[in-house]
Write a protein that binds this ligand. Structure first.
Ligand code: AMP
Length: 215
């Protein structure tokens, strides 16, 4: 099953994708995680991406498309994948479609998670991320058992630069102008399922499962 998880920053794509990949046995492919890994590794690509990311702007399409093209060909993605945070522009969506046609594959479902902007700001500003396994936490909604320490791997929790107020505002505007048009784009292809992103993690998870059907 080839799935795209679409939706604004902070709506819970990463959290839900992590859980869905276990049940559906397909890897989560998060371009944000891949870019942060490149920054951490000090690679040239990471250096190029960092400035854009820190201020909440999109990294150029060419950079992200190269990463995804390679990643979806990997062995663990042969039976499917869950794209999280990609595509984010119409150019990315068009190019993804072309890549998949060349490989004799296609997108099966696009699930769009929805939430109002004030809720997204609340979620993003309180978000903390593990510096080792990138598991997401939240100071109010999902605090770790031990403050500052990841429950899953013991890594240190930090606040991403782009989860600070100024960058959050830029990311929401970026979403509205560059990514939101993908809702109509995938509606036109009859692939889109909209899912209410409000409520508990379990409630949202159940809605997504219903939209996707059985594993
Ligand atoms: P995320 O972890 O998905 O919120 O992504 C964090 C940041 O990485 C974004 O604000 C962008 O700067 C960059 N990024 C992630 N995915 C993409 C993408 N598909 N296209 C362009 N930039 C991206």
């Amino acid at each position: 099953m080839n799935v795209i998880l679409l939706g604004p920053p902070g709506v819970g794509k990463g959290t839900q994708a992590k859980r869905l990949t276990e049940e559906y046995r397909i890897p989560q492919i998060s371009t944000g995680d891949m870019l942060r890994a490149a920054i951490k590794a000090g690679s040239q690509l990471g250096k190029e991406a960092k400035g854009f990311m820190d201020r909440g702007a999109l990294v150029p399409d060419s950079v992200v498309l190269g990463l995804v093209d390679e990643r979806i060909r990997a062995d663990d993605a042969k039976n499917g994948f869950m794209l999280d945070g990609f595509p984010r522009t119409v150019v990315q969506a068009d190019t993804l479609g072309e890549m998949l046609v060349k490989q004799g594959r296609a997108i099966d479902h696009v699930v769009c998670l929805l939430a109002a902007n004030d809720e997204l700001v609340r979620r993003l500003a309180g978000r903390r991320t593990c510096n080792k396994c990138s598991a997401p936490f939240h100071v109010d909604f999902k605090p770790p058992r031990k403050p500052g320490v990841c429950d899953a791997c013991g890594g240190e929790l930090y606040q991403r630069d782009d989860d600070k107020e100024e960058a959050i505002r830029t990311r929401l505007v970026t979403y509205d102008t560059q990514t939101k048009p993908l809702i109509e784009y995938y509606k036109g292809k009859k692939l889109l399922r909209s899912v209410d992103g409000l409520g508990s993690m379990d409630a949202v998870y159940a809605r997504i499962r219903e939209a996707l059907g059985p594993a």
